[in-house]
Design a protein around this ligand. Structure first.
Ligand SMILES: Cc1cc2nc3c(=O)[nH]c(=O)nc-3n(C[C@H](O)[C@H](O)[C@H](O)COP(=O)(O)O)c2cc1C
Length: 376
């Protein structure tokens, strides 16, 4: 049953490369091949201040996604591609392709930046049409552009002309509502976008409201390119369910890959109908140590990060991981009090090594919130 379904998805994945779906201007650049042939694609979602080189390497250690996307390069009159983000492209040792994402609203500066980025070993260029941060959308970039389909059309036309290889878009379903959604999906077809990721919320809905998988299904039915479904893909089982519901070509996973870096490997198991690997609390302790070591130097200068700052950053990651450790959130409470590495690892040992073979829950425990007072 599962296998037959996967075959259907595989067909969907190859559809855009058949002559009847791409016109004569088709780039014909193949999409990254899934690690497991014929399976739906998986991608690690771009996350600012999270998905840097170190984090991508840690994720790859536990089971890489089929592809990565950088944090967004900010594009404006004075911008140059940020060096620390370039490192995640130039020094990529994950064995998997990396797309460079950019965010901006000015065609001149976007084209200048794309020209610079194409000198690096990128898998393709991804345009952000979803960021809900007011300082971004108020300048009509990111999610702000979803209010102006005509502006999107101009940007897509200019960038499509410039990009010889893969050009992808990551978008939400609208700004306030879905009034321009169909029109924007038609622009995706008109400008021959190679792959589209839909985060199934509006900009106004930020990060916590229910995800509109029905709207993702609408995009799958309307556009000719493969669509990746994004938003609250919490586990391999959920990934399979969302693919069944939306008929998307794959999934993009963000916060739940921070919580559970094994999720991409588990997706491959799930898609092939194999049992999904059970993760133990001892495995989670290993992840935390690896993440701590990988992130202890400044991504740009290589200088050691002061301990208190490093512990504070680790707590941002562990806020997600803690959602699956215990249903009462006791690990989260203890971990959040730590200000030194010793205190942080003491909390880890107390909760993760007391019963190391206990199971790390595939789904977040209900009611255990990653970051109270914060939308993510
Ligand atoms: C901390 C954080 C940073 C993010 N930064 C970006 C970004 O740079 N570019 C982008 O397109 N989306 C960004 N997003 C949105 C995610 O890529 C993704 O669309 C969203 O989190 C929903 O997916 P999830 O439920 O799997 O996390 C960010 C999300 C979070 C939580």
């Amino acid at each position: 049953m599962q296998f037959a379904f996967v075959t259907t998805i595989s067909h969907t994945l190859h559809t855009p490369h058949t002559p009847h779906t791409h016109d004569l201007h088709s780039t014909a650049t193949p999409l990254p091949r899934p690690i497991a042939p014929g399976q739906p694609l998986t991608a690690l979602a771009p996350m600012q201040d999270v998905t840097d080189l170190a984090f991508m390497r840690v994720i790859a250690h536990y089971g890489a996604p089929d592809c990565f996307v950088t944090e967004f390069f900010r594009v404006h009159a004075q911008s140059r591609p940020e060096k620390h983000i370039l490192r995640s492209i130039d020094e990529n040792t994950t064995g998997r392709p990396v797309f460079a994402q950019l965010i901006g609203g000015d065609i001149r500066h976007l084209t200048r930046t794309v020209t610079e980025l194409l000198r690096h070993p990128v898998a393709g260029i991804d345009l952000n049409l979803g960021c809900p941060a007011p300082k971004v959308y108020k300048k009509n970039a990111g999610g702000g552009l979803l209010r102006e389909p005509k502006k999107i059309a101009g940007i897509l036309a200019a960038l499509r002309d410039l990009i010889p290889g893969l050009f992808t878009v990551k978008m939400r379903i609208g700004f306030e509502d879905t009034r321009h959604y169909a029109e924007i999906l038609d622009l995706i077809n008109e400008h021959r976008i190679d792959m589209l990721t839909i985060h199934g919320r509006t900009v106004r809905e930020l990060y916590r409201s229910p995800v509109r998988y029905d709207e993702i299904a609408r995009a799958v039915a309307r556009v000719r390119c493969p669509v990746l479904a994004n938003g609250n893909i919490t586990s391999a089982a959920k990934a399979a369910a969302v693919i069944t519901q939306t008929r998307a070509a794959g999934v993009m996973i963000g916060r739940h890959a921070i919580r559970n870096p094994w999720i991409f490997r588990q997706c491959r198991e799930q898609f092939s109908g194999k049992p999904v690997t059970r993760i133990t609390l001892a495995d989670v302790r290993d992840y935390i140590r690896r993440l701590y070591e990988a992130t202890q130097t400044d991504v740009l200068t290589g200088a050691p990060i002061p301990e208190h700052a490093h512990v504070a950053r680790m707590k941002k990651f562990l806020n997600f991981t803690g959602q699956s450790v215990d249903p009462e959130g006791a690990f989260l409470r203890d971990m959040r009090r730590a200000t030194t590495a010793a205190a942080l690892f003491a909390a880890c040992d107390k909760h993760l090594l007391a019963n190391p073979s206990a199971t790390f829950s595939d789904e977040p425990h209900p009611g255990v919130i990653a970051r109270p007072n914060c939308e993510t």
